[in-house]
Design a protein. Structure first.
Length: 368
């Protein structure tokens, strides 16, 4: 990876001579690196931020401060301050989700310099906690500033992992009552935990019964989640399950307030997943995402300190999606779907696992 970025930085500075045979002309190209994308664990390695469990854990580095449970270290993206809660460093008032902040490149640089000037390990940890930065970005600080969007805006919003894996990994366990329950909480007070026992089996059969009615162009239909959800359930299966079949099959199963809340997410995701989005639709998606975030905290978290772990960064990030589309274009165009498919294709090409890279290189030459 590093040699590739070294070559890219060199061509950005020096230019790459390209011959256009159609116009019988030569020109110098200075490539522009727009976005760097990965899943959330990989992004912390790429951008040098503290990651989603840090005090400033937003993947887009917006500056919103998280909260943690008493005597614990993991921070959560709770916008509303819990009741009966007094934890040092986390007692800030409610955060207005309708007006989320947006750090500039200048603020990032100021915070990075503040971190790098730490005289010792103790001060470094304090600066890291305050700034949300653990180290300089390993990639984008080495590129010419006029050929990238700059940190932190050069890091994209990975809709594939967040929408198709992170959100289902939050909502489905909540609905099943299998989500982590704090010792101070009680599963009996979870009115949303409906998909249990026979109801979960019934829902799984409903999902499986739709297979024969789905067009072949939909690719892989979702398998019965009651039987296969822990057996390599694919991101595309979760996508169809949650945002295609979910609104219909969960109607009458989820309690009405929770179904209406879920449907707002579905509508917003359907809009944000398009390749062409009108201004009107984008405004609708923005409103629905914000309403989903606010109502998620009202319906599930309920300002209870023992439920802080419900408020994951994946829910918070939805509040940035409309702005991300407005500034970077439709997010589906920079999602990880294409890269994940490419990785799958490359893995299937490997015929000599003991020396995979050399094997891939030879197969690429053969195809060329």
């Amino acid at each position: 990876m590093y040699p590739g970025f070294h070559h890219l930085a060199a061509t950005q500075r020096e230019g790459l001579s390209i011959c256009d045979a159609q116009r019988d002309a030569k020109f110098i190209s200075n490539p522009f690196l727009a976005l760097g994308t990965t899943d959330s664990p990989g992004l912390a390695y790429l951008d040098g931020l503290v990651g989603h469990q840090g005090k400033q854990g937003c993947w887009l580095y917006c500056g919103v401060t998280g909260r943690h449970k008493a005597k614990q270290k993991t921070y959560y993206a709770a916008h509303k301050k819990p009741e009966r809660y007094d934890v040092e460093g986390c007692n800030h008032p409610d955060i207005d989700v309708w007006n989320l902040p947006n750090f500039t490149q200048e603020e990032y640089w100021r915070n990075l310099i503040f971190l790098l000037l730490s005289p010792n390990e103790t001060q470094y940890k304090k600066c890291r906690l305050k700034t949300g930065i653990s180290k300089p970005s390993i990639l984008f600080l080495g590129f010419p500033p006029d050929h990238t969007f700059g940190v932190p805006h050069c890091f994209g919003s990975d809709t594939m992992h967040l929408i198709s894996l992170n959100i289902p990994d939050l909502l489905i366990p909540l609905w099943r009552g299998t989500f982590e329950c704090d010792p101070n909480d009680d599963l009996a007070t979870w009115p949303w935990a409906i998909l249990v026992g026979d109801t979960w089996d019934y829902f799984g059969k409903l999902v499986a019964a739709t297979t024969s009615y789905l067009p072949g162009c939909f690719d892989r239909p979702p398998r019965n989640p009651a039987e296969k959800i822990n057996s390599g359930y694919k991101a595309w299966e979760f996508t169809l399950l949650m945002y295609g079949l979910g609104p219909m099959l969960l109607y009458g199963i989820l309690p009405p307030p929770y179904w209406k809340h879920f449907f707002k997410l579905v509508r917003a995701v359907q809009i944000i997943s398009q390749y062409t989005i009108t201004h009107k639709d984008l405004r609708e998606a923005a409103q629905l995402f914000i309403e989903f975030i606010e109502e998620f905290e009202d319906l599930y978290y309920q300002r209870k300190p023992e439920r802080l772990h419900f408020t994951r960064q994946s829910v918070h990030t939805l509040g940035h999606y409309a702005r991300e589309v407005a500034t970077k274009g439709p997010l589906i165009c920079s999602s990880q779907w294409t890269m994940e498919r490419t990785i799958g294709n490359l893995v299937s090409e490997i015929r000599q696992p003991s020396n995979p890279y050399k094997n891939l290189a030879k197969r690429a030459l053969r195809c060329a």
